[in-house]
Structure formats: structure tokens, C-alpha cells
Design a binder for this molecule. Structure first.
Ligand SMILES: Cc1cc2nc3c(=O)[nH]c(=O)nc-3n(C[C@H](O)[C@H](O)[C@H](O)COP(=O)(O)OP(=O)(O)OC[C@H]3O[C@@H](n4cnc5c(N)ncnc54)[C@H](O)[C@@H]3O)c2cc1C
Length: 401
């Protein structure tokens, strides 16, 4: 019996390894990662980690938790999968598997023009965060390319360190792909209040260089000098290994609703998995800690002998942008109208597709977020007036059944 082999010890892989044992799985569990750092929380890397030169990675769980669960941790890169022979190649060594789980995560998208420049960085893992933190010692003027979550979280953190920060965003507003205009406006105001310069509708024409350094970004009308560039333009799923093994991939590794790939005994979870989504009615890749850990728990039950059931949770996500806690529950896919509750300090935006509530975004409003998750899970939609009243009214409405 060769047990379960997990490739990738991020949020998904680490959770699966310990959940298997918690679910009563009796076989061998091997957790492989290219890094030998104890699996750690990724979210702090763009938030608190940058600000504190002494900060250490925060482990997801102690080393003793893996030992207690009988999980064998192996350092190394898996370079090949033979799905017919049920074996993987780990740094030249061939390992058998009973079931194989691909939890290889995602890689940062990069701008081809900036590849190889010594002062252009991105943020995906601990090594990136350490490189960025070291580079900050010699950098005052920082240009962030991309107004998404990681770019804006980092911009707020860097401004808090006294850096001169400019964010370049091609869209007419920050977070345009993922949040409502009301949310974007509040985020933009807050960042401006922190001293972050926001350039919306930005088009880069060229870069000025000095040796292997980029010293300025040239726009259509002006030129922005910088000591350091942080690129935050999204991520692509790490599908190379699966593709080379002939496993079906699209934007991620394709799975069915039970997280099984096109190859027998091969599964995919976390950022890398593209899975049919009950709310979207289509296959999606979701990048969040909640998705990674909930898929891991679900798969642990299946691999431990539970009946095959579709993965179904209300997706939720958070982002800390300076003093703002943005929380999103559900997916706004197909939404065509919004209900907004804004009391100045707290914001809630309800996205509806016709009469059906699809998602809820909140700023500094955890009470609305928590109840919104329950409402979305119920599949029911409160009247607009109840949503406008807020958490207590939604809770009472939900209790009425
Ligand atoms: C800076 C940052 C901030 C974030 N903030 C938030 C947040 O505030 N809220 C939120 O919900 N989400 C946040 N996220 C997203 C969240 O961290 C990811 O959704 C989550 O890490 C996905 O977990 P995963 O296990 O699928 O992938 P990962 O955590 O990326 O782990 C994948 C692992 O696979 C390993 N690997 C890949 N290929 C191989 C191979 N061939 N052999 C061996 N090992 C391999 C990699 O080394 C890596 O350790 C953030 C992400 C980043 C980068």
C-alpha cells in the first residue's frame, strides 16, 4: 500500500495531510514541497511581515502536528508523474502512490519586459517576501504595478513604513475585477489618506533603465522615477507537472465536482484546481485560504472512505488594506444590481442576479460578513429592506425560516 502522496505543502497540502489522519485514514501520508520551511501562512507576507524586519514566517501548524499524524515530510521538487505506473519522480527518486494529490498552487504573472531586472520583485512566497524586505532597506520610492489585493495590501504596508508609494492600475478604478465601485472608492480614499499615490487608467509606454535596474516607468504623459518596482498583476496556476503527465488542464488542473482529475487516483485541490462551482454553474479556479483548506478537508473525507460527494461551500475571502478589512462572501458572477448599506464607518455591498443574492462585500463590518455567509448558504435572499438594515435584521429574517 503506497498511501497518499501530496505534492505541495501550502495551505491545501498541509491541511490535507493532517485531516487525512483526523478522518481515520490508515495508510502512509507523504507531503512533498520544494521548500523545506515548515508550511506557513501566506497572507501575512503582504501585510505585517514586510513591516517588521525581525518577523518570522508563521507556521500553519507545529512540526509535532505532522509527526503526531504520522505524516512524512519530504523536501524536493517533483519533476514527473507516471499516471499508468502510479509513480512520481522526486529529485531523481521514483516514489509509488495509491492516490496522488496535486496541491501545487499558483505562480505570479510577470511582465516580460521586466524579467531579469534586479530591482523588480513580486510576492508569492517567503523567499519573495524576504527579498522584498531586504530590498526595502535601500529603497524609498516604490512603484507598485497592479491595483489588486496583493498590490494594495503591500502599498498600504509600505506607505506605513514611510516609503513613497505609487500604484499604477490600467483599469479606471482599483480592485475593478473583484469589487464593487463603492468598495473601490472607499479603498482608494483610504490609500490616498495614507499618502499612496494612485494612477488609474495608467498605460505604460516604456521603462528607463540603468544597467540591470529599472529607474523609471514611462506613461503616456509623464515619467515616474522609482528605486524599486513591485509587480502584483495576478497569478497563474502551476499546472506544468500535470500537463506534462497528460492530465486535463485549462486555466488550472480540471477536476470533477469531487476534486478528481482526468487521471485515475489523481486529485487536485487549492489554487491549482479548476473545479465545477455550484454557484457559478461553471468550472472555476478560486484563490483563497478558505477554498484551499475546505477542499483539503473535503478530499480527506473522500480518501478516508466517505461517499463521493460534490465539494460545495460558500466561498469567502479577506484582505487587509491598511486599516480596512475587506471581506467577500459568495461569487458576484452574473450579478446585475447592488444593494448598498453605508454608515460611513462600515460598508456592505450586496450583489444580486435579479432576485438572487450572489455575494456580499463588506468593509470593517465582520457582523454583516458572518451573517451573509449563512444567508448565502441557505440559498434564500432577504428583501432589500432587510439587507439595508444590517446583520441583526438579516439574522432575525433567517431565523424565521
Ligand atoms: C502574499 C499573499 C497574500 C495573500 N493573502 C490572502 C488573504 O489575505 N486571504 C486569502 O484568503 N488568501 C490570500 N492569499 C491567497 C492564499 O495564500 C492562497 O489561496 C493559498 O496559499 C493557496 O494554497 P495552496 O496550497 O493551493 O497553494 P500554495 O500555498 O501556493 O502552496 C503550493 C505549494 O506547492 C509547492 N510546489 C509547487 N510545485 C511543486 C513541485 N513540483 N514539487 C514540490 N512542491 C511544489 C510550492 O512550493 C508551494 O509551497 C494570499 C497569497 C499571497 C501570495
Amino acid at each position: 500500500m503506497s498511501g497518499v502522496v501530496i505534492i505541495g505543502a501550502g495551505h491545501a497540502g498541509s491541511q490535507l495531510a493532517v485531516s487525512l489522519r483526523a478522518e481515520g485514514y490508515a495508510g502512509a501520508v507523504t507531503l512533498i514541497d520544494a521548500s523545506d520551511v515548515l508550511p506557513y501562512h501566506k497572507p501575512p507576507l503582504s501585510k505585517t511581515f514586510l513591516k517588521d524586519p525581525a518577523a518570522l514566517p508563521q507556521p500553519l501548524r507545529a512540526a509535532s502536528a505532522y509527526d503526531a499524524a504520522g505524516v512524512v515530510r519530504r523536501k524536493g521538487s517533483v519533476t514527473a508523474i507516471d499516471t499508468a505506473a502510479q509513480r512520481v519522480t522526486l529529485d531523481g527518486e521514483s516514489l509509488p502512490y495509491g492516490d496522488l494529490v496535486l496541491a501545487t498552487g499558483a505562480r505570479n504573472r510577470m511582465l516580460p519586459d521586466l524579467l531579469g531586472a534586479s530591482n523588480v520583485l513580486s510576492l508569492r512566497d517567503l523567499a519573495d517576501a524576504e527579498r522584498l524586505r531586504d530590498a526595502l532597506a535601500m529603497a524609498h520610492s516604490i512603484t507598485v504595478i497592479g491595483g489588486g489585493f496583493i498590490g494594495l495590501e503591500s502599498a498600504a504596508a509600505l506607505a506605513g513604513m514611510g516609503k513613497s508609494v505609487t500604484v499604477l492600475e490600467a483599469a479606471p478604478r482599483m480592485l475593478a475585477r473583484v469589487a464593487a465601485p463603492e468598495t473601490s472608492a472607499r479603498v482608494e480614499d483610504t490609500l490616498a489618506g495614507l499618502g499612496v499615490k494612485l494612477r488609474l487608467g495608467w498605460t505604460t509606454q516604456n521603462y528607463r533603465r540603468d544597467g540591470d535596474r529599472v529607474t523609471a516607468v514611462l506613461g503616456t504623459t509623464d515619467e515616474l522615477s522609482c528605486d524599486l518596482i513591485l509587480v502584483g498583476i495576478g497569478a497563474v496556476a502551476d499546472t506544468a507537472l500535470a500537463q506534462a503527465a497528460g492530465i486535463a488542464c485549462n486555466m488550472g488542473i480540471l477536476t470533477d465536482a469531487h476534486l478528481q482529475t482526468s487521471a485515475p487516483h489523481v486529485w487536485a485541490i487549492g489554487d491549482v484546481a479548476e473545479t465545477p462551482h455550484w454557484q457559478a454553474g461553471a468550472a472555476l479556479r478560486v484563490e483563497s485560504v478558505q477554498n484551499a483548506t475546505d477542499q483539503a478537508r473535503h478530499l480527506a473525507r473522500i480518501l478516508s472512505g466517505a461517499a463521493l460527494t460534490p465539494f460545495r461551500t460558500v466561498p469567502w475571502f479577506w484582505s487587509d488594506i491598511g486599516p480596512l478589512k475587506l471581506q467577500i462572501a459568495g461569487l458576484a458572477i452574473g450579478a446585475d444590481r447592488r444593494v448598498v448599506r453605508d454608515d460611513g464607518a462600515r460598508l456592505a455591498v450586496f450583489h444580486l442576479a435579479g432576485d438572487r443574492l450572489m455575494s456580499v462585500e463588506t468593509l470593517n463590518n465582520p457582523a454583516d460578513h458572518m451573517i451573509a455567509r449563512q444567508v448565502l448558504d441557505s440559498g434564500r435572499t432577504p428583501p432589500d429592506a432587510v439587507m439595508v438594515e444590517g446583520a441583526a435584521a438579516m439574522k432575525a429574517w433567517l431565523a424565521q425560516g
